[in-house]
Design a protein around this ligand. Structure first.
Ligand code: IPE
Ligand code: IPE
Ligand code: MG
Length: 227
């Protein structure tokens, strides 16, 4: 009983520090982090309540990183999608994205589109990867589209126009890695999300840690402005 954990969103932070603590290159942390993505996604697909899992994989600000790290992340994403197609099928997971994909290479864009198409009828879980995603970019693009069509801007019209509105409001927003900030992630959809900040670095984050967070979420009182 208690609150329903329908939509969980995670800021997967701490990969670089995880690697550095072990004297490894930062990219090794991203590699390990990709395994955590698989564990958490399969756990979520077996959870009776979770319908949507949105994962922050690359922000509009992450282009500020060294080219070598960005290139590695792009290759890792491509490799992850290639390897995980079987996981999507096995666990009946629909793959989706939010964010402006036009900045990615044509081949990566093609690969992403193909997996979305292959998994579009699966319904045990929707995994949404946020790729070149930033809420400010998302909201301004939606507002621009409405202006161009000479439509009125209201909470309803703008809210509906957002790319992330397809997946509904966030119930649980988690940030791993110890920092307590949102870094431009799902600002609109998290208006009434319950926030959880975990000190655990993303590569070490486990399904048990997620379970503990869900149990605490169930005990919280959500008022949505009411009494
Ligand atoms: C999060 O881990 C993953 C991405 C932003 C792609 P970081 O790479 O930010 O790891 P830290 O925060 O430097 O430890
Ligand atoms: C947020 O982490 C973005 C992702 C997890 C993809 P960052 O590491 O980029 O955030 P800041 O720079 O610490 O705010
Ligand atoms: Mg970080």
């Amino acid at each position: 009983m208690g609150n329903i954990a329908r939509h969980i969103a995670i800021i997967m932070d701490g990969n670089g520090r995880w690697a550095q603590e072990r004297g490894l290159k930062r990219v090794k942390g991203h590699e390990k982090g990709a395994e955590t993505v698989r564990f958490i996604t399969t756990f979520a697909s077996n959870h009776p309540e979770i319908e949507v899992l949105t994962l922050y994989a690359f922000s509009t600000e992450n282009w500020k990183r060294p080219k070598m790290e960005i290139d590695f992340l792009m290759r890792l994403l491509s490799r992850y999608l290639k390897n995980e197609t079987k996981t999507y099928k096995k666990y009946q997971i629909r793959f989706e994205t939010i964010g402006d994909l036009s900045r990615f290479s044509p081949s990566l864009q093609k690969q992403i589109a193909a997996i979305k198409d292959e998994t579009k009828n699966f319904n045990r879980l929707t995994q949404v990867l946020a790729l070149n995603y930033g809420s400010q970019d998302e909201i301004s693009r939606a507002a621009e589209a409405l202006c161009k069509e000479r439509k009125k801007i209201s909470v309803e019209t703008l809210g509906k126009r957002l790319e992330s509105s397809r997946f509904g409001p966030v119930d649980i927003l988690i940030r791993t890695g110890g920092d307590q900030r949102l870094s431009n992630f799902l600002l609109w959809q998290s208006a009434y999300a319950e926030l959880f900040f975990s000190p655990i670095l993303w590569p070490d984050f486990s399904p048990e840690d997620l379970e503990t967070i869900i149990s605490e979420f169930k005990r919280r009182t959500r008022r949505f402005g009411g009494i």
